[in-house]
Design a protein around this ligand. Structure first.
Ligand SMILES: [Zn+2]
Length: 142
């Protein structure tokens, strides 16, 4: 079991900022834009109130708030980028702090009809302006 300071979501250190950038805080989570943008609009919703590793560790009220955040983000991303489908990824074997990958999928684009690649071989990185533009589009639809 990870201790709090071993966890990048709790420490919010460079391990986190290397791979994602904060968009905003939500009721029970922090919304991050994933820097690798093979799937335009891909982001992460991370539980913010404590280091929790499984959704069954949350009370019903905590889980309801967190799930509301996930749904709200999924709707915003789908709307902002006209995605065909949102994929929800919650894995975290090595980084178990509760977080969901919100991954918009597009017909005729990578991995449609299959599981998204956590780290695609050919990575897509944007400029700071590019990230800001996507973050603003998501925020405008929250
Ligand atoms: Zn944590």
């Amino acid at each position: 079991m990870a201790t709090a300071n071993a966890c990048m979501y709790c420490a919010k250190d460079q391990r986190l900022t290397d791979v994602m950038t904060e968009i905003c805080e939500l009721e029970a989570s922090i919304l991050y834009l994933f820097k690798e943008q093979t799937y335009p609009g891909r982001c992460v919703v991370a539980y913010k109130n404590a280091h929790k590793e499984e959704i069954f560790e949350l009370s019903d009220a905590e889980r309801e708030l967190f799930t509301k955040d996930v749904a709200r983000v999924a709707k915003a991303v789908k709307t902002a980028f006209n995605a065909g489908k949102i994929n929800y990824g919650a894995y975290g074997d090595k980084m178990p702090h509760i977080h969901f990958h919100i991954v918009p999928k597009y017909e005729d684009k990578p991995k449609w009809g299959s599981t998204f690649d956590m780290q695609p071989d050919e990575k897509v990185y944007l400029t700071e302006e590019g990230y800001a533009e996507i973050a603003n589009k998501i925020k405008a639809n929250l």
